[in-house]
Each structure stands twice: as C-alpha cells, then as structure tokens.
Write a protein that binds this ligand. Sequence first.
Ligand code: ATP
Ligand code: MG
Length: 335
Amino acid sequence: MTSVKQTILTGDRATGPLHLGHYIGSLQQRVELQHTHNQTILVADMQGLTDNGLTPDKVSSNILNVVADYLAVGIDPTLTTICLQSKIPPLAELTMFYSNLVSVSRLERNPTVKSEIQSKQFGRSIPAGFLTYPISQAADITAFRANLVPVGDDQLPMLEQTNEIVRKINRLAGKDILVECKPILSHVPRLPSTDGKNKMSKSMGNAINLGASVKEISQAVKSMYTDPNHLKVEAPGQIEGNVVFTYLDAFCDDKQYVANLKAHYAAGGLGDGVTKKILEECLQEILAPIRHKRESFLADKQELINILRQGTESANQTASEVLDDVKAVYGLNIF
Ligand code: ATP
Ligand code: MG
C-alpha cells in the first residue's frame, strides 16, 4: 500500500538573515521532514514589508540571504520547493477574499500581533497590512493545502486564525475544499535572546545569526545573561532563567554532560566563565560549517535566483488551483 505524503508549508520573513532561533525552532525539522513530506518553504517578503513599508531595502536585501541560509543548513531544493511570496499573485488574491471573513476585533485579539504592536510601539499608527498579516499567512498556508506547519510557538495564534478561516470557507462551500493545519513544534519552541528578555528575533537586533563570525559568536556568548546573584565561583548558582543553560539544553547533544554541569553549578564551584566557554565551543562547532556553506552559496547569487525562480513557478501552479476553488465558492468563475 502506498501512503500519501503529508503537506508542509512554512516560511520566514525576509527581514534579516536567519538565526539560532530559526535553526532550533524550525529549520532542523524542515531538513528532516523534506525526506518524507511534500514541503514548501516561502520567503515571506510581502509579510516582511508589513512593518517595513518605508524601509523596503531591509526586505529586498535579505531575500537571497534567507535562501542561502536554507541551503546552508541542508534544505535541498530537489526535495523542498523554495519560493518567493511576492511572485505568487494568488496569495495576495486569497488574502483579499479571506479579509472579508475576519473582523478587526479578532485581529486585535491575536496575542502575538498584540505583543508585537506593543514592542514596535505602533499604537494607532499600526499599518493596516501589519494588523492583517495573520490573514495573509492563512492564504500562504491554505494555498498549498498544507496540513502541517513547523513553527516556533509565537506562530500558534496564526495557525488558529488560519483554521477559523478554513472552517468558514468550507462552511460556505458546503464541503471541505480547504485543509485545517496543525503546528509541528520543536523541543525548543521559543529560543530567548542572549539577554534573556525576549524571543530571539531578526527585527530586534538581539540574534546570533547562522552566518555569525567566530568573534561575533564569542562576544554574544560572553555577554549572555546568567544568574546576576552568582558573584563568587564557590557560591551556588541558579539554573532557571540562566540563558547559558537554556542554550546548552538547546544545542548540546550530550544531555548527561549538561545535567552534570547543572548539578555542579547549582551546588557551587562552577563559574560562569567556564559554562560560557563550554557553550561557545558547542556553538562554534555547530555554526562553522553552516557559515562556510552559506558563504559559498552567496558567492553564486544567480544560482540562488534560479532555485527561487523554479520553486516559485511550481508554487504558482498549486496556489492558482486553490484560488480557483475559492473563487468557485463565491460563484465567481463565470468565465
Ligand atoms: P521578525 O523579528 O522579523 O518577525 P523573526 O526572527 O521573528 O523575525 P520570523 O521570520 O518571524 O522570524 O519567523 C520564522 C519562523 O521562525 C517562525 O516559525 C517562528 O516561529 C520561528 N522562530 C523565530 N524566532 C524564533 C525563536 N527565537 N525560537 C523559536 N522559533 C523561532
Ligand atoms: Mg517574527
């Protein structure tokens, strides 16, 4: 018996190079899943513009960086469709149709959007496109009939809103023409920034990028938030909220070794300089091969463009079919 492959859609805003949060929260899973699933990855340039309407360079200059990051971590364009959002017009059209199904108050209730509005200090001058980006994300997901979405936990409210739209369209259609989706969360669904205050984010300037230099990695680890009350090496230190241990949990494969370090630190006698050194070695080891591959992919921009163009062509076909189905629901396929 042949089993039908499940379908994955996921993506990243082209607002900066990808970072360790992406790697641990979603990219690693995508690399595994591409062997067993139909996977499409969207470079979300239009979504990137929702809070960069007047700073478009920030988005356009990062499109190929993001593609290079994908390839550097092991996304294989022969297994995964990599495509560019702005070159897939059905996504914008679906967004328009879905916009009529979602109230402004529902958009304002989305907890991720709510906290982003606060941290970006938009107040009432929030761009309409930013408030409605969960609708465009619903268009992205449904346009590929994706039932699985590997994401960090900040995206859960978006998937909830997507499924509400799917149910409304299916109710209008009187049958299931769109598919509901489920998240795939990693073992680290939200990597904190090095200061421990926020989620690591491209837009907040608090990230360790996948292309970070040896020096940048070293400086980032040295500046990491630990236990502010751990003033003497002999004194017991606190593990909870200590970003060095959060990162060791996330990135060090030897769990027993990390457990022993934690016990030692909690008992006293282990200094922050030592734990930081151990973490730095681990991150340098993970990032060195990614950095080198990234550099060599970026050296051939035309090849990156070719990959993106090919993926975008095939993505357009799939998305056009879904758009046709949605237009039919509205009785608009007159000719
Ligand atoms: P921006 O600040 O521009 O919003 P970002 O760093 O939040 O950028 P996105 O492009 O918004 O990155 O997110 C892409 C994917 O990576 C999403 O699935 C998101 O949940 C995941 N992700 C982003 N940051 C983290 C993080 N710190 N930990 C785990 N997953 C993350
Ligand atoms: Mg984000």
